[in-house]
Structures are given as C-alpha cells and as structure tokens.
Design a protein around this ligand. Structure first.
Ligand code: NAG
Ligand code: NAG
Ligand code: NAG
Length: 351
C-alpha cells in the first residue's frame, strides 16, 4: 500500500498544488490515505452480488435510461417510444468495477461549506452554465442496501468559479454579491431507491483546483418547517469530478470561457488523483442530452457509505433568509488569510 510521505508533501508544496489556495492539504491527504489504508474499507463493488441479485442494479439502470430518454424527448432530441435499451445483463456484469465509495471521508469539505441550505431539487437560482441533471444513488456498504432515509447535500461554484453564500478573498473574484445568494447549494432526500436528484451546473474552476462538486451525506436529521434540516450525523464528505475531455468542451462555452482564474486539470489535482486510488472513482458518468454540452447533461454516480460512520466537517457560514452569516468559531473563518485551518504557517507538514 502506498503511504503518504513527507517527500510527497514536499513535491505538492513545491509545485503549488493545493486544495484551496493556502489550505492545509496535509490534513486532506492524510484523511484520504487513512481511508485507503483502513482494513474495513468497503466500496460499492463489495455489494455487487447483493445488489445484482435483488434486482436493484437492473432497476436503477432502467430507471436512469428512461430518465435520460425523457430529458431527450423534452429537449426535442428524441421521440417518445424510441428508447433503445442497453442490455441490462451487461450493465450488471460491469456494476461496481470502479465506484465512488467511502468508509471514512474520501475528501474534504473545504473552506466554503454553508449549513442551513434549503431542501430543493433545482439549485440553479438564475446561474448560467451547462445545466446538469444529477442522479446520485446512495448505498449502505455495510448492509448492501440502498440508503432510503438520508439527505444528500450538494454545492459547487458558479460557472466562473465562485461559491455563493460566502465572501472571501480566495473565493473566485472575491465578489461581495456572492454572499447574498444560495445558488448552486441545496439538499435532497434519498427515496425508496436510495436516489437523490438535483438540477445544477457543471462547476467552474478556480485557482488550485479542478472543477468539482462537493457532497455531504446526512443521516437522522430533523426536517424543519422552513424546509431546512437540523441535527443528525454525517457519514460521508466527498467530491465529484467530471471527465477531462468533457470539461474541455464545457470550458469552451461561455460563461466558463470568460473565467480568468488559472485552470488546474484533473491529473494535476491531488484530491482527484487520490480519489481515484484503491478501486474508487469519484468521476460522474455523464451523457449528453442533445448534441453538445450546451444542450445539457445527465450525470449519475453511485456512492457507498457506512451510515453509522460519523464525520465532523466544519461549516464556515450559515444560510439565512438574509444571506450567508458566519458560524461563530468556525476553523475556516478568515480563510485564506488567517484561520485555524489555513495553510501550513510557513512550516513544512509533519507526518
Ligand atoms: C424506484 O425505482 C423503480 C424501478 O425503476 C421505479 O419504478 C420507482 O419509481 C422508483 N421510486 C422512486 C421513489 O424513485
Ligand atoms: C459568479 O459569481 C460571482 C459572484 O457573485 C459573479 O461576480 C459572477 O458574475 C458569477 N458568474 C456568472 C457567470 O454569473
Ligand atoms: C430555518 O429555521 C431555523 C430554526 O428556526 C433557523 O435557524 C434558520 O435560520 C431558518 N432558515 C431559513 C433559511 O430561513
């Protein structure tokens, strides 16, 4: 097993490859490595037999195939009743070959998690870019069953690489306007099949990171009357990625093409690279709805979690009807200049 070494950290530092500008990559790398080294680590692939035998893999494949067709018909790219189905046996055989997974967090929440977001499917709130219909299946890898009672939280930057609900120098253009909106953030319950669906954008890129979407999976949370959740536990903190060729197409289209921040490719992003180790793959499976990315995308992924695992990610802000407000005592407050979780303090990381 590959172990994280100080030499590796030094290379990362020297090349300026950091999670977020100035962020402590050391903690993130160690967390992911601890996950990879965990003797009890399981991923979706470990549940292949149970999920295929119960018919779940076939059902989910057929449901997703039908949904993509429905989106194509709605956008005028296909006709109803013309769905050509892929052989489900082939899908079953290939299931779980590479899977997004976790026992421990596979990644970091980063400095821009905002709690108190709304439960809603459509996260666009006026933002422009490549519209993506996201379909996430959550699987309990300890019992090999879909997780039917969780909330999946999603957030990503807008198409020019700025997070909403926060204002920080390190956040894209550092704009004051971003704090007043909750665009591209929200939660969805997993239903009977363990599925949460969102309508969002392919995120833009920002300094030091490839394009990625953040996710957190909540269990046992209480639904409040104002359509937010409270309490419960968090089993999974992860990030989803987009194939580099698809990203190249996306980045060519406006407004992505107007982003002036330096671009980092997947292969240069250490969190992406580590996310791909150990038989995992946090890359979304993406299909075009029409002829080009501008016609919209349909993206799916299966995420394995241990619902009993307890992670402790830290939000920087809280969403309120008046915009984002700071969470008192957050280790991310003041990022990237002065915060508990900021940088290495000029010292090389210690193992
Ligand atoms: C679960 O999947 C089945 C089979 O594809 C589908 O008929 C059903 O509508 C799905 N249920 C939910 C709540 O999405
Ligand atoms: C992204 O958000 C920032 C901050 O609100 C804004 O300045 C920028 O125009 C947005 N990008 C697009 C494409 O709307
Ligand atoms: C929802 O209700 C909670 C509990 O009263 C409150 O703290 C929170 O600010 C409210 N959120 C919004 C967006 O109104």
């Amino acid at each position: 097993m590959v172990h994280f070494s100080q030499a590796f950290a030094a290379v990362l530092l020297a090349t300026g490859v950091v999670a977020h500008p100035g962020a402590s990559i050391h903690k993130d790398v160690k967390r992911r490595q601890a996950h990879l080294d965990h003797p009890m680590r399981r991923n979706v692939g470990d549940c292949k037999r149970e999920l295929v035998e119960s018919g779940w893999v076939r059902e989910q494949h057929m449901r997703r195939e039908a949904r993509l067709h429905e989106l194509r018909v709605a956008a005028g790219f296909a006709k109803e009743g013309e769905l050509v189905r892929r052989d489900p046996a082939e899908v079953e055989a290939k299931f779980g070959e590479r899977a997004a997974c976790t026992l421990d967090p596979e990644s970091t929440e980063g400095p821009y998690w905002v709690i108190g977001e709304l439960i809603r499917q459509d996260l666009l709130t006026g933002e422009k870019g490549v519209v993506t219909h996201l379909d996430i299946n959550v699987i309990d890898t300890s019992g090999c069953k879909p997780v039917t009672d969780a909330y999946v939280e999603m957030w990503g930057t807008n198409s020019t690489g700025v997070y909403t609900g926060v204002q920080a120098r390190g956040n894209g253009d550092g704009s004051k306007t971003a704090i007043a909106t909750n665009a591209l953030r929200g939660l969805q319950p997993t239903g009977k099949n363990g599925t949460a669906t969102f309508i969002t954008l392919i995120p833009g890129h920002y300094v030091g990171r490839t394009n990625h979407l953040h996710t957190i999976i909540h269990h046992g949370a209480k639904l409040l009357p104002n359509n937010t959740i409270q309490g419960g536990t968090i089993s999974h903190v992860g990030q989803f990625y987009v194939d580099q060729n698809m990203l190249a197409e996306v980045e060519k289209t406006p407004p992505y093409s107007t982003n002036t921040q330096a671009q980092t490719k997947n292969a240069q992003d250490f969190l992406f690279t580590m996310g791909k180790q150990g038989g995992d793959d946090p890359t979304l499976h993406i299909s075009l709805i029409g002829k080009t990315v501008a016609d919209g995308l349909y993206a799916t992924i299966d995420v394995g979690v241990n619902p009993k695992a307890k992670q402790n990610p830290q939000p920087v802000n809280m969403w309120t009807s008046g915009g984002g407000i700071p969470v008192p005592g957050s280790p991310w407050t003041g990022y990237p200049d002065s915060c508990k979780n900021c940088g290495f303090g000029g010292k090389p990381p210690k193992e």
